[in-house]
Write a protein that binds this ligand. Sequence first.
Ligand SMILES: [Zn+2]
Ligand SMILES: [Zn+2]
Length: 288
Amino acid sequence: MARLYVLGGNGWVPSPKRSTNCYALETRRSLILFDCGVGVSRLSDPMMRLVLERVPRVIVLLSHYHHDHIEGLHMLPHFLRDHEVTIAGPGVLVTGFDCAAVLARFGSSPLLPQPITAWGETFRKGFSIVELREGRNKIAGETIEVVRQPHSDPSVGFRVRDVAYVTDTVVRAETATFAKGASVLVHDAWLDADDEALGHADLRRHGTAHGAAAIAKEAGVSELVLGHLNPSYDEPRLERMLISACDVFPNTRLANDFTVVEVRSKDDEDLPGGAAPEGPIATETGGL
Ligand SMILES: [Zn+2]
Ligand SMILES: [Zn+2]
């Protein structure tokens, strides 16, 4: 059993219910963060502090380098100084430069006084930056499957254990293959059926809620989480998006922060900490 915590369910801009992109997968050995938007600040929550006490290592996986996926990186030293930390991103695969070079551009003076590439002394148990390649990557005993995806700047999707994390990309058949048999699919749901009917320009870079549900059904996953939600849409509209997805794939929920999802796996041991706590648990263009 592993456990997935939604820490930031929005794209682009935080809203009262949702910070920007960050999800935490707790396994016996590690906490694996999918993206590092402002949602990483949710690690200050008492529930997440307990999780951090249980794992010695944190692996931060970056899907791409748009701000809503990396703007929490500077917070990592605050939360993780007692952990071994690895930041892993797809450099050459999506930018032509390696991950460390991209992070050096974003995370150095005058934007950040201590450059990310010089964080070796910051984390007591070690720090590394790892370049992700397409296909299977091994980091600290975890297998990370990576697939390149179309987006305004290309992104990558992740498959880690029985979680498929697919954001900042369009609805496409390849995702059903990539997520086949996973327990949980987190999928970009930036747009809705009205956007689709209007031929919204963002359809070239983002997904729809009902399209994500069709992928979840095709992939045979157990649960779908609609992520990268649109801060320009009010809660009633997001609820309608959820309903449209549930019509296609009933076991769907919105990525509301602090939602906890049990990740069922054939070959995993139980996690410490007992059962998961109950989680409170036309349009804009140009989303990141
Ligand atoms: Zn984004
Ligand atoms: Zn993006």
